[in-house]
Design a protein around this ligand. Sequence first.
Ligand SMILES: NC(=O)c1ccc[n+]([C@@H]2O[C@H](COP(=O)([O-])OP(=O)(O)OC[C@H]3O[C@@H](n4cnc5c(N)ncnc54)[C@H](OP(=O)(O)O)[C@@H]3O)[C@@H](O)[C@H]2O)c1
Length: 249
Amino acid sequence: MSQRLDSRIALVTGASSGIGEATAIALAEAGAKVAIAARRKDRLDELAKKLAKLGADPLVLPADLLDENEAQRIVGDTEAHYGRLDILVNNAGVMYLEPVADADLGRWRRMLELNVLSMIASTQAALRGMRARREGDIVNIASTAGRIANPNAAAYSATKFGVVAFSEALRREVYRDHIRVSVVEPGVVATELRDHIGDAAVKDALNAWADGMRQLQAVDVAEAIRFCVTRPAHVCINEVLMRPTDQDR
Ligand SMILES: NC(=O)c1ccc[n+]([C@@H]2O[C@H](COP(=O)([O-])OP(=O)(O)OC[C@H]3O[C@@H](n4cnc5c(N)ncnc54)[C@H](OP(=O)(O)O)[C@@H]3O)[C@@H](O)[C@H]2O)c1
């Protein structure tokens, strides 16, 4: 049976668009107070207005999470503001797709650092309080690219396989502390994620493939995230693998 999140404190990274924005709203609708982090403060401020109307007492945390100190700082700021953090959604991410032979290693380094190291840093910071209180939810956003590796996605898949592996190892380290770890692995979602692909040919091919299907919407993934954190305390949803009905691989 679904639990309400009244009086629960959530932090959603990458909340300025797409899945993170929809997740902040979904958690607020379930009663949580919600802190939101990303670089685009104007987008966070717009979202905060919606969250305030839902009674979510939003906390806007502008941050460039490429810096692991910032990834830890937003956890500390959330705890300082609300007194604790119950639900951490590590959602911020980028997808830079290109063939290995031509890859811009600086860009790939930034993707590895944001998608993996930043998630690790914010998780590490959240564990201290969660362990002390012997409860908490950590939800990490991976991808079908964390289950199947495709050409042009070698490094993106490396980050998302990494998110899956990290999440399972973490779960086994913290389950005795009653901390739940979930990983959500969506297929194609209609968001801004593909806009940042630098290789035009790869981008056009991926957009053509995605346009040929009824894509997941951000709210579909947000509902899966909300499902994970609204289970009774004895139920841990370890993984949610979800694709558009029309997606093959
Ligand atoms: N869309 C899909 O098909 C799909 C499928 C599977 C998994 N995912 C995963 O879902 C997650 C969310 O992506 P999305 O699809 O919702 O795309 P999106 O709309 O582009 O959202 C990405 C979010 O990450 C934030 N972000 C990017 N760089 C950042 C940085 N340096 N510091 C702080 N925040 C940063 C962005 O905010 P700012 O630019 O304002 O900083 C934005 O809020 C990602 O982890 C992605 O890999 C997406």
